[in-house]
Write a protein that binds this ligand. Structure first.
Ligand code: G3P
Ligand code: CA
Length: 239
């Protein structure tokens, strides 16, 4: 498998995150895939935003789940961009997508779109939540999935202890994920070796510095999620 470069929320280091402008810039930079985050609006639209509320990324306030799509569309998501719905991203770029879902409800809504448009070959689904991975796998035949872990934020392991690399790999295997997305700041050789033994692909996130890129190469990871567009073109960072 070739080394995969994934644009984080588009290229959020240089464009407003999770906007069409950011996704087009990621594609124009030649990144192999584009990562985005999905939430459900009050009226059930799959909107592309990271946080559970609109405060940080728009000029509005309040939870996404309490706003209709029309209300979300009225907001400025940065440089005059509007909050996209998932279907718009599908039209705006042709690149493979990695769609992160935050819960089982989002999994069900995404499954409807994926099945209606036959997207299992184009959209990989990622989540921090095993239940969401299990649900999308149940609903979308052949979908590829990735379990995301930060280790620090992971749930306790089955014995009630602090999660280890082994636990993450076991969870990914149990959920049927082909890939684990691991926080580069907490990456260890132990977890890489466990993941390899389990035949999992490993993506590091978020890879924004030369040191992190060196680590990714040294550990032989399969890819990196990055905020910056120049990794693909130069193989290194200019910042
Ligand atoms: O792919 C991993 C990455 O998307 C997880 O971090 O906070 O951007 O959702 P976050
Ligand atoms: Ca994400």
């Amino acid at each position: 498998m070739n080394f995969l470069t994934i644009g984080h929320r588009g290229v959020m280091g240089v464009e407003p995150e999770n906007t069409l402008r950011s996704f087009v810039a990621a594609q124009e930079a030649g990144l192999d895939a584009i990562e985005l985050d999905l939430h459900l609006s009050k009226d059930g639209a799959l909107v592309v935003m990271h946080d559970t509320d609109v405060d940080r990324t728009t000029d509005g306030t309040g939870p996404i789940a309490e706003k209709t799509l029309a209300e979300l569309r009225a907001l400025d998501a940065g440089l005059g961009e509007r909050v996209p719905v998932f279907e718009e991203v599908l039209e705006a770029v042709q690149a493979p997508l990695q769609a992160e879902i935050k819960d089982v409800q989002a999994a069900r809504a995404l499954a409807e779109v994926m099945n209606a448009r036959d997207l299992a070959g184009r959209v990989e689904v990622s989540s921090f939540h095993d239940e969401a991975i299990a649900e999308i796998k149940r609903l979308v035949p052949g979908v590829r999935t990735a379990l995301i872990s930060s280790l620090r934020h992971s749930r306790k392991n089955s014995s009630g202890g602090t999660p280890t690399g082994t636990d993450i790999v076991e969870r990914a295997v149990a959920a049927g994920a082909a890939t684990v997305c691991l926080n580069i700041r907490r990456l260890t050789l132990e977890i890489v070796e466990h993941a390899r033994k389990a035949d999992l692909n490993i993506i590091g996130w978020v890879v924004n510095t030369q040191d992190h890129l060196r680590l990714v190469r040294a550990f032989g990871l399969d890819g990196a999620t990055t905020d910056h567009p120049d990794i693909k073109r130069t193989g290194r960072f200019t910042a």
